[in-house]
Design a protein around this ligand. Structure first.
Ligand code: SAH
Length: 340
């Protein structure tokens, strides 16, 4: 059987009607008071902090706070975002400007550097080119002075650029001399009758024919112009005793000098004149040279040894010698030009 447990005294519940100031006995109130009370109660009911209301209210407050903090945060974030964006934009602008400026200055600097490097390279290349040209000229020059004319002819035939290279160097050399010996010879030739026919042996670029009014047969191992005859001056296509004058301006190169002189004797008329200009330093033995000329049928007319750097000789053909004459070999020293 179920029996209700007995209450201890302290635990005994006491039911009392709770009377608050607002909760007076309704019996003693008037009707209008009752109505007012009811209204108040209703209002209280609505504003009463029920758990639901509390939650709602709390939420509202919370939401408000959240909203507020959210909004505040949002605002701050927006502000931050804005200032970040502004900063970013400013930085970008600065960066752009700096980059542009820097780039511009870098470009200018690098352009200047490039220009100076380029000009250095160019001047170095030009110098190198000049040195190579000079070197090539000196090499060719030495070859031409130390080999016989047949070999020299082969050299020019094998190396098509050699003639131009040689003459580029030669022009450079001529410009350094106090006088151009060809001009001096041309001056002497202009005094001669125009009817005379002149052979320019070893004419190079054929300048003499452009300097005088005479008929000039220009000959060289290489013909750089159509009016120049390409041949070895030891064996020319000229007729026997065809010429009145023979010119050798710095062209007595090669080791077979006597071959040139015998060919000269063949193509020159009796009393025909021979003009020779050579570098002084080539003559170890001027008397020996004159003797060789005599052996080849020529007589000395005059010599000019007072001009700086060069000797000038004028000979006259006095007899026919014939190409097969046995003449003791005579050579002039090679003219070796110094490095520029
Ligand atoms: N007489 C010219 C060129 C002098 S340079 C002047 O005064 O401007 C010397 C020239 O002689 C070169 O052109 C060279 O090719 C030429 N030469 C040297 N040996 C020769 C030879 N055996 N036959 C023809 N020309 C020769």
């Amino acid at each position: 059987m179920f029996s209700a447990p007995k209450f201890e005294k302290s635990e005994a519940l006491e039911f009392k009607s709770i009377q608050t100031a607002n909760n007076k006995s309704t019996k003693s109130l008037t009707k209008s008071q009752k109505r007012r009370n009811k209204k108040r109660e209703k209002q209280n009911e609505q504003t009463k902090e029920t758990p639901a209301n509390k939650i709602n209210k709390n939420n509202k407050v919370k939401q408000g706070r959240i909203e507020k903090s959210k909004n505040a945060k949002k605002g701050k974030a927006q502000q931050l975002q804005m200032s970040a964006a502004k900063l970013k934009a400013a930085a970008a602008q600065m960066l752009n400007q700096t980059n542009d400026d820097e780039l511009e200055s870098m470009e200018t600097e690098s352009q200047q550097e490039k220009d100076s490097v380029n000009s250095k390279i160019n001047s170095f290349a030009a110098k190198l080119k000049e040195e190579l040209k000079g070197g090539r000229f000196r090499f060719l020059n030495e070859q031409l002075y130390t080999m016989n004319s047949q070999k020299a002819d082969e050299l020019f035939k094998q190396d098509k650029d050699a003639f131009e290279a040689y003459h580029a160097g030669y022009r450079h050399q001529v410009a350094k001399w106090p006088i151009n010996p060809l001009q001096r010879i041309a001056k002497m030739l202009r005094r001669l009758p125009r009817s005379l026919e002149i052979g320019d042996f070893g004419c190079g670029e054929g300048k003499l024919s452009q300097m005088i009014p005479h008929k000039v047969y220009a000959l060289d191992l290489v013909a750089c112009r159509p009016d120049i005859m390409a041949c070895d001056m030891a064996n020319t296509p000229l007729s026997t005793q065809q010429l009145d004058v023979a010119v050798y301006c710095l062209s007595l190169m090669g080791t077979n000098l006597t071959d040139y002189l015998l060919e000269c004797n063949r193509v020159l008329k009796i009393n025909g004149l021979v003009y020779i200009a050579e570098i002084q330093s080539r003559f170890e033995d001027v008397r020996g040279f004159i003797k060789t000329m005599e052996a080849c049928g020529f007589e000395l007319v005059k010599k000019d040894m007072d001009v700086k750097v060069f000797y000038f000789f004028q000979f006259k053909k006095v007899r026919n010698v014939g190409k097969v004459a046995k003449i003791p070999n005579f050579t002039l020293k090679p003219c070796l030009y110094r490095k520029r």
